[in-house]
Design a protein around this ligand. Structure first.
Ligand SMILES: Nc1ncnc2c1ncn2[C@@H]1O[C@H](COP(=O)(O)OP(=O)(O)OP(=O)(O)O)[C@@H](O)[C@H]1O
Length: 248
């Protein structure tokens, strides 16, 4: 069955149009619209309670919005969910790894969940681990890895099915400064290789001046654009506070 492409589906990366979501009487997202093009690192910056997790849940279809439109790599998430989700990689806030299995065993298990052809799995795993400089860790048990390497493994796992869009929900929670830096560097490299990245965070020091920025506050997009242009002469932290502070 064919259908007319919507404006959102014209974006080969991620497109969101007029998304609303309510928990009972509580509005969590209010007319949220944005685009992230391939080859772009886009930070979704919002204080606690802004609606970031709700948005991630809608993008991954854990929740379904009553209206609005989401398109992943040109596939509408409502009309063609399997195709859209096949183009989406996700790193959730809470690690989901079997500590007793090796890196390769964890990834093999995940490949099966994705329905990747058995014969292709070893090559896919090696390629994904190479992208994160993790191949030499393939035989180690996850419990023996440090927090930074565990996260890198999860990133590699999220890339195994070759997604176009990569979604990360506060991926540096619980990591020390060096590991945080390493993960942010790796994910910027992935954007430079052509991936479309949406990185949800409440930490301004994870955002660079040439990143795209979406500021989410109380369910609404308050600002969008290139980070350096938006912050002007202010530090990002001060500018962000001025955007999101609640008058006393
Ligand atoms: N299950 C729920 N029932 C009712 N309200 C909810 C529920 N989940 C979230 N909310 C509310 O919706 C709003 C958005 O929450 P959400 O968790 O999406 O924000 P967030 O930006 O991810 O915050 P955090 O960084 O603290 O996780 C908040 O006001 C929150 O209290």
């Amino acid at each position: 069955m064919s259908h007319t492409r919507s404006p959102a589906e014209a974006n080969p990366g991620l497109a969101v149009r007029e998304l609303n979501f309510h928990y009972g009487a509580k509005t969590a997202l209010d007319s949220v619209s944005f685009d992230v093009e391939p080859g772009t690192f886009c930070a979704l910056l919002g204080p606690n309670g802004a609606g970031k997790s709700t948005l991630v849940s809608l993008l991954t279809r854990l929740l379904v919005a009553p209206d609005g439109e989401i398109s992943v790599a040109g596939y509408d998430l409502r009309r063609t969910p399997r195709k859209a989700l096949a183009k989406l990689g996700v790193v959730f806030q809470q690690p989901a790894l079997d500590m007793g299995l090796t890196v390769r065993q964890n990834m093999t298990y995940f490949a099966a969940l994705h329905g990747l052809p058995r014969s292709a799995v070893p090559t896919r795993i090696d390629a994904a681990l190479d992208r994160l400089n993790m191949r030499e860790r393939a035989g180690e048990r996850v419990r023996d890895l440090n927090g930074g390497h565990r996260r890198r493994m999860e990133l590699a796992r999220a890339l195994m099915h070759d997604p176009t869009v990569l979604l990360l929900d506060e991926p540096t929670v619980g990591l020390d400064a060096a590991a945080r830096q390493s993960i942010t560097d790796h994910v910027h490299d992935l954007a430079a290789q052509g991936l479309c990245i949406l990185w949800a965070t409440h930490l301004t020091d994870e955002v660079r001046d040439d990143d795209q920025l979406l500021v989410l506050h109380r369910g609404q997009i308050l600002a969008r654009g290139q980070t350096g242009d938006l912050r002007g002469d202010h530090t990002l932290s001060n500018w962000f506070l001025s955007q999101t502070e609640v008058p006393a």
